[in-house]
Design a protein around this ligand. Structure first.
Ligand code: SF4
Length: 178
């Protein structure tokens, strides 16, 4: 029976999803084992009920991320933290050194390369939390897949093991950045 898989991108740069796509022909091997029910790669806004495996890139950085991660946990049997931002906070959590107000000031008013220098974003954007935090700060994480980004071989090995319902054996040489 196919597993219902969702992939989500919270406070990250999309690099982990790019590494997921870099599985290349391995995608053909795991595609028959799953239905992709939610992803930045497909349509659908709402995270669905009854997900078997949720793959989450990025940390919890905004109030929207926080709502999302609780919903994802509630609706998923297995939650994978994909990449160092999801596992530790990593790059996204560097803003913790400044705090939200100083970081926004730096990014939107002082940044020399900003085309709209001096202006804060004019459309509604999610409110930044005081700190960017790894997923495990808010919810139970079942599998951590480290790397910035994780190597495609490691992502493939983790997904294939989960989809086939067997323990993950980490292939040698895959615990390095993709
Ligand atoms: S772990 Fe690295 S590649 Fe993945 S979202 Fe964070 S910064 Fe990007």
């Amino acid at each position: 029976m196919k597993k219902r898989v969702a992939t989500v991108w919270l406070g990250g740069c999309s690099g982990c999803h790019m590494s997921l796509l870099d599985i290349d022909e391995g995608l053909l091997e795991i595609a028959p084992l799953m239905d992709l029910v939610k992803s930045p790669l497909v349509d659908g806004k709402e995270f669905p009920e009854g997900v078997d495996v949720a793959v989450v890139e990025g940390c919890v950085s905004t109030d929207h991320d926080r709502i999302q991660i609780f919903k994802i946990r509630e609706r998923s049997k297995v939650l994978i933290a994909l990449g160092d931002c999801a596992v530790t906070g990593n790059v996204t959590a560097l803003r913790n050194l400044l705090g939200p107000a100083a970081m926004l000031d730096q990014a939107y008013q002082k940044a020399a390369t900003n085309d709209n220098q001096g202006e804060m974003p004019s459309v509604e954007i999610p409110t930044l939390l005081p700190r960017a935090s790894p997923l495990s700060h808010y919810v139970k994480v079942d599998v951590h897949v480290p790397g910035c980004p994780p190597s495609p071989d490691l992502i493939f090995a983790a997904l294939k093991a989960l989809l086939e319902g067997r323990p993950l054996v980490i292939p040698s040489g895959t615990l390095k950045n993709g």
